[in-house]
Each structure stands twice: as structure tokens, then as C-alpha cells.
Design a binder for this molecule. Structure first.
Ligand code: TNX
Length: 492
């Protein structure tokens, strides 16, 4: 009798090799991945990762390995192939899971990272048992619908320090958001050190909405954000808003004002009352210094010049200033992005209009041969309340529940604008009503997952019911990670 158990174990060991039988496991194609990949095919079998096994990933891409480690994904046998000759679009990848290990193939670094991000989610939703990790076998072949998938954080109305920005980066990269637009200046605050105009940050950065203490990033802080974001596949897009939304600069430097008198700090939430003087040369010296210093520490291709809600700037002055600002941005080697109104100024080749509120301006930009970035306030504004009971947010554009954030198609939104004109999508989180990472989470999640799928997954593959199934599991995962996602009505 006492020989039976060892004998049984002995037989089992040899019958199965050193791979224990798997627990019940959904096929790869059933995992709740967001954004949904283009193609998922299932194979027989699975990958078993024994926690006792020592895994050496030295041969794999260091960026992908570092990404997985930063997201606390347990080490597993990983091979990466970078093949520039692959006939795939930028950011495309294939991820193969087999009993021997995982293989990611891409033609560029962004693609390898996208593969690693998908793997992060595959691991999160596969059985992690006492015996180790089991991943269902199969192949994912995937590529983005749009090259640019963005998130905007308004650090001007309310200042968020480097650590909070890093937390935001950790959260958004998991959904293949690859641009973080930082709204670095507004009426209420100036948030980045400019060495040649030190008062901008030192005086203009003192406060935030409600008159509470503000803050700003030193250039070293900003570089640290850029570096941290890049490791997760995210490009920083800096914005200095002009000619309106400039009270903080007008507070710091009297000479920038039309009447030469410094403005008082502003603690409210009104818009459209401040302007730079388009007819003074010092205005352009200021713009050149600011754009120059920030461009020099921004490896990404874009510089955002704002341009929205310049209600007290005469039209001709607005056109003059936006034209010169674009030239300055180009002279510092960047592409200019502006909120949709900038189209009235005439856009230079390669400049981008960010549609937020006026489709006619987006059409104007398209007619001039420029690309449009889609951030329609009625669908993508994360500072809009979910409904009238939401504890935070505004509602001037709409109430945006998850169904409304998901059920739209950028190319169908404006007559005459097709996917070829659309650079991508971005979800802005304006800062008037938020004070903490908990507030950021409440307004961002789960709606950002809808935006992520709008930006990534081909329209014919998108299905709202299936999205809700996946969202439910994602919502649980977010909560497990301590991310305070809003309890959306659509899942109740
Ligand atoms: C409009 S959107 C603004 C911002 C506000 C936001 C609040 C845009 C380009 N300008 O200044 O913060 O509404 O939702």
C-alpha cells in the first residue's frame, strides 16, 4: 500500500513530462483584452511557467523585458524578433504563445512594446496557480487603427507632481495609449521652469484653481517624466497655451500685457479673458524662448501651442500670433498642434488641428492638407460627468457614460473627414474639478478603455456587447490594483 502513492506520482511525472496538467483555462481568444487585438487564433496546448525555474531573458529586447518587469509580470521564457523588413504598419506586432515560450515579432520598438503590453494583459487574465502560471497557446496578430492614441492631463488648473504623473503613465500605457499631452500653462498656473524667463514658473506657478498652492516642474523633473514615459512607449506632448489662457504668464511679466501692467493671479474657472499682445516684439521673444527651451528637452516630434478660446484677441491679431507661433515651433524642429480654432490662421505643412468643439475648423484644416487629431468634447472629454450624480466633473459638452464614450466612429463624425485625415484620438482630462490621483482615476476609468479601443481596434471588429464583457473583467483587475475606477451604470 505504501508503495502506491510514490508509484502513481512516478508514473504521472513520466506520462506528462515536467508539465503539470493545466487548470481550467479559457482559450486565448476569450481573454478580456482591451483594446481588442485585430486577430487572435487559438492553438492546442499551453505555456506553463514553473515559479522555481530560473529564467534568463538576456537575449530578448531589453525595452520589452524592462516594461514587463515594471508591471510586475513574472518572468517567462521570451524571445523577441525585430525585423524592419516586415510588411506591418508602425506599432504592429505578433505575439505567439506556445509550450516552449512566448515570441514577439515586430518591425519597430513600438511594436515590441505593444506586444509586451498585450502579454501583460494575457498574464493578468490567465490562471496563476500555486503551481505557477498557465497561458493558453495561440497567436495574436495586431496593429493600431491610428498612430496616435493620446491622453491629456491638465496640470495647469491643478498641479500634479512628478510621482502622480508617473502613476498616470503606469495606468494608461496598459491600454496602448502612446502619447501623454501635458497642458503646462493656463490662466491659473505656469508649470514648467523656463531658465531665461524664471518668473514664469516662480511667480506664475505659485497657485492653482481656488488659490491653493501650485507648483511646477523643473527642467530636470520634466526630463524625468519624458524618460519614464518613453520606457512605457509614451511620447510626451508639451502644451503652452496662447494667445489666450495666459493669465499666469501675464501675472509674472508685466511687459507681456497690452497695457504693460501685470495681472493678478487668477483662482476661478472662467475662460476667454486673457491674451498676449500680438503686436509687441517681446511677445515673440517670449514664445521663442519658451518653445526653444521646452523643445530642447522634448524628444517627441510635437509641440502644442493651444490656441483655444482666445475670446479677447482681435481676429487679425490671433491669426498673426498663431502664424508666428507655428513658425517658431517649426524653427525649433517640432510639428505644431493647436486646438481646432488654429485652422482659421492657416496651418503650415505638417501642422495638426485638434478637433474639440468645431467640426468646421477640422474641415478647414483638412482642406488645407493638414491632419486632424480627434478629441470631440461630447465623446472624449474625461472631465465631463458620467451623469448628473457624478461627484466630479463638468457637463457643458455632455454627460458621458461608457456607452457614449464607446459607441462612435471618428471617421463617421464629420462629413468629409475620413481615416486618412485622422492622425488619431485623444482623451483630455481638464483639471478644474480634480485634486488627487483618486479624482483622476474616477474620471479616467473605465472611460479611457473605450477611447483606447476607438483608437486601436478596426471599426468592423468593435462590438459593444463584447466590449462590456471584457470591461467587466478589466474593471475587477483595476480594482485589484487599487485603481479607483468609477462604478459605471453600464455594468451595474
Ligand atoms: C474648454 S477644450 C477648454 C478648457 C477647459 C475645458 C473644460 C479647450 C480647448 N478649452 O480650457 O478646461 O473646456 O471642459
Amino acid at each position: 500500500m505504501r508503495y502506491i502513492l510514490p508509484l502513481l506520482l512516478f508514473t504521472l511525472f513520466f506520462a506528462c513530462g515536467d508539465t503539470p496538467p493545466p487548470p481550467a483555462m479559457p482559450p486565448l481568444s476569450d481573454l478580456p483584452l482591451v483594446p481588442l487585438p485585430v486577430e487572435i487564433s487559438n492553438s492546442e496546448g499551453y505555456l506553463y511557467v514553473d515559479p522555481a525555474e530560473v529564467i534568463n531573458n538576456e537575449g530578448a529586447d531589453a525595452g520589452a523585458v524592462a516594461y514587463l518587469k515594471s508591471k510586475e509580470v513574472p518572468a517567462l521564457p521570451l524571445t523577441t524578433n525585430m525585423d524592419p523588413a516586415l510588411r506591418l504598419s508602425d506599432g504592429a506586432y505578433s505575439l505567439q504563445i506556445a509550450s516552449e515560450g512566448v515570441t514577439i515579432t515586430a518591425k519597430d520598438q513600438a511594436g515590441l512594446l505593444n506586444g509586451a503590453i498585450t502579454l501583460e494583459q494575457v498574464v493578468a487574465f490567465s490562471p496563476d496557480t500555486e503551481r505557477g502560471l498557465f497561458l493558453p497557446a495561440g497567436t495574436i496578430t495586431d496593429q493600431p487603427r491610428y498612430a496616435y492614441r493620446g491622453y491629456m492631463l491638465d496640470v495647469a488648473r491643478t498641479f500634479f507632481g512628478v510621482d502622480t504623473v508617473k502613476q498616470v503613465i503606469d495606468r494608461i500605457s496598459t491600454y496602448k495609449i502612446n502619447h501623454l499631452h501635458l497642458h503646462l500653462s493656463d490662466d491659473q498656473g505656469w508649470r514648467i521652469e523656463i531658465k531665461s524667463w524664471p518668473g514664469l514658473a516662480q511667480i506664475g506657478g505659485m497657485f492653482e484653481v481656488d488659490g491653493t498652492p501650485g507648483g511646477y516642474y523643473t527642467q530636470e523633473d520634466y526630463k524625468e517624466i519624458v524618460r519614464y514615459a518613453a520606457a512605457q512607449g509614451i511620447t510626451i506632448v508639451p502644451e503652452i497655451d496662447m494667445p489666450g489662457h495666459t493669465n499666469a504668464a501675464l501675472n509674472a511679466y508685466a511687459e507681456l500685457n497690452l497695457d504693460g501692467k501685470a495681472r493678478d493671479p487668477y483662482f476661478g474657472t472662467k475662460v476667454g479673458f486673457s491674451t498676449l499682445d500680438a503686436n509687441k516684439e517681446i511677445t515673440y521673444e517670449f514664445i521663442d524662448a519658451v518653445v526653444g527651451e521646452i523643445a530642447a528637452i522634448t524628444p517627441g516630434p510635437y509641440f502644442h501651442i493651444g490656441g483655444d478660446e482666445s475670446a479677447v484677441t482681435p481676429h487679425d491679431d490671433y491669426v498673426k500670433l498663431i502664424r508666428r507661433a507655428q513658425e517658431i515651433v517649426i524653427s525649433h524642429g517640432k510639428k505644431s498642434i493647436g486646438w481646432d480654432e488654429v485652422a482659421v490662421a492657416g496651418l503650415d505643412e505638417g501642422s495638426i488641428a485638434q478637433l474639440w468643439n468645431h467640426s468646421e475648423y477640422a474641415l478647414m484644416a483638412k482642406k488645407e492638407g493638414n491632419q486632424v487629431l480627434f478629441s470631440p468634447a461630447t465623446r472624449t472629454y474625461l472631465d465631463m460627468q458620467y451623469d448628473s450624480l457624478s461627484r466630479l466633473g463638468l457637463h457643458w459638452a455632455a454627460y458621458i457614460e461608457v456607452d457614449s464614450a464607446y459607441l462612435w466612429d471618428p471617421k463617421a463624425m464629420v462629413d468629409g473627414i475620413t481615416d486618412a485625415d485622422i492622425m488619431g484620438v485623444e482623451a483630455p482630462l481638464w483639471g478644474e474639478t480634480i485634486r488627487s490621483i483618486e479624482d483622476i482615476d474616477y474620471l479616467t476609468f473605465p472611460r479611457l478603455l473605450a477611447l483606447a479601443e476607438v483608437g486601436w481596434t478596426p471599426q468592423p471588429k468593435r462590438n459593444y456587447e463584447d466590449f462590456l464583457r471584457r470591461l467587466r473583467a478589466q474593471q475587477t483587475w483595476l480594482k485589484e490594483k487599487g485603481i479607483g475606477t468609477y462604478d459605471t451604470r453600464v455594468l451595474r
